[in-house]
Design a protein around this ligand. Structure first.
Ligand SMILES: Nc1ccn([C@@H]2O[C@H](COP(=O)(O)OP(=O)(O)OP(=O)(O)O)[C@@H](O)[C@H]2O)c(=O)n1
Ligand SMILES: C[C@](O)(CO)[C@H](O)COP(=O)(O)O
Length: 250
C-alpha cells in the first residue's frame, strides 16, 4: 500500500480531483448523478471515501454541479470522512474536461501527484487507487487502470441513408484493446500542461497526455470500478455494496 511518507518522483503529496458536475442524462431524470443515492448514501460520498481510503491521499478536491457547491459542502460536512484528509469544493463546468481544469486550478503547489476520479465510479477498491499512485511515484507521467474487453468490438461507418443499418467497417484485435477506468494518476506538471495545451474534446485526461506525446501506462483495473452510467448500473452498484456489507459482517 502507498504511504504518504514515501519519496515521490514528482512531489511529496497526493491529491484527488473528483469531477462530479455532470447531469447524468443517461441515468434518466432526477438529481445530478453524483448526488443520487446508493443504499441511502450519495454516490459522491462513496467516491470521496474511495479516494480518502488511500493513506497517500491527503487532499480531495470535489468539482460540484455549477449551482450545487454549497449543497456538496454540506454533504461532506454531514458524513463521516477521514480526519487526515482535507476536502475542498469548487463549482464545475459544462464538460468533464472543463470541470477537471477547474479542480486543478484549486490545487495547492505542494501536491506533486494528482488523481482524477469520476464521482460516477463510486466503488473503486483502495488497492486499485494505491496501484495507480505507486506507478506515478515510480516515474510514469500518466497512469490508467484498465481491463480487457469482454465483448468483440466493431468499428462502424455511416449508414447509407437515414434509417438504414450502419455497416461494419472493421473488427479491431480485442487482445490489444482495454476498457479504461479511473482514478487516472498523473505527475502534476504533466496534467496541468495537458489541460493548458489540448483544446480538442476528449473523454479522459490520459488522452490529453497522449496528445502531448508522453508515455501513458496501464495498471490492472477492477470490475467494481465500473462507471454508473445507465439505470442498470445502479442495481449492480447496490448489489456490490450489499455483498460488501455481508462480507464485512454488518
Ligand atoms: N460537465 C461535467 C460533466 C461530467 N462531469 C463528471 O465526469 C464524470 C464522468 O462523466 P459521466 O459519467 O459521463 O457523467 P455525466 O456527464 O453526468 O453523464 P451523462 O453523459 O449521462 O449526462 C462524472 O463523475 C461527472 O459528474 C463533470 O464533472 N462535469
Ligand atoms: C474518464 C472515463 O471514465 C474513462 O473511462 C470516461 O472516459 C468518461 O466518459 P464519459 O463519457 O464522461 O462517461
Amino acid at each position: 500500500m502507498s504511504d504518504e511518507s514515501r519519496p515521490s518522483s514528482s512531489g511529496a503529496r497526493t491529491a484527488a480531483v473528483i469531477p462530479a458536475a455532470g447531469r447524468g442524462v443517461r441515468l434518466g431524470p432526477g438529481a445530478p448523478k453524483a448526488l443520487r443515492t446508493l443504499n441511502g448514501t450519495p454516490m459522491l460520498i462513496h467516491a470521496v471515501r474511495a479516494m480518502a481510503a488511500s493513506r497517500a491521499v491527503s487532499l480531495v478536491i470535489v468539482v460540484a454541479p455549477p449551482e450545487g457547491a454549497a449543497e456538496v459542502r454540506s454533504l461532506l460536512d454531514a458524513h463521516a470522512l477521514p480526519e487526515r484528509t482535507d476536502f475542498v469544493v469548487v463549482p464545475g463546468g459544462q464538460t468533464r474536461q472543463e470541470s477537471v481544469k477547474l479542480g486543478l486550478d484549486a490545487l495547492p503547489p505542494e501536491y506533486g501527484t494528482v488523481l482524477v476520479h469520476d464521482a460516477a465510479r463510486p466503488l473503486v477498491p483502495v488497492d486499485t487507487v494505491d496501484a495507480v499512485i505507486e506507478a506515478v511515484r515510480e516515474g510514469a507521467p500518466a497512469v490508467v487502470p484498465a481491463l480487457p474487453l469482454a465483448d468483440t468490438v466493431k468499428e462502424v461507418g455511416p449508414a447509407a441513408a437515414p434509417g438504414e443499418p450502419e455497416p461494419v467497417v472493421a473488427t479491431p484485435d480485442r487482445a490489444r484493446l482495454r476498457a479504461v477506468q479511473t482514478p487516472q494518476g498523473f505527475d502534476r506538471a504533466t496534467l496541468i500542461r495537458a489541460h493548458e495545451t489540448v483544446t480538442a474534446d476528449v473523454t479522459d485526461d490520459a488522452s490529453m497526455v497522449e496528445q502531448l506525446g508522453l508515455r501513458v501506462v496501464v495498471v490492472p483495473g477492477h470490475e467494481e470500478a465500473f462507471k454508473v452510467t445507465r439505470p442498470l448500473d445502479l442495481v449492480l452498484a447496490e448489489a456490490v455494496l450489499a455483498r460488501r456489507r455481508l462480507n464485512d459482517g454488518f
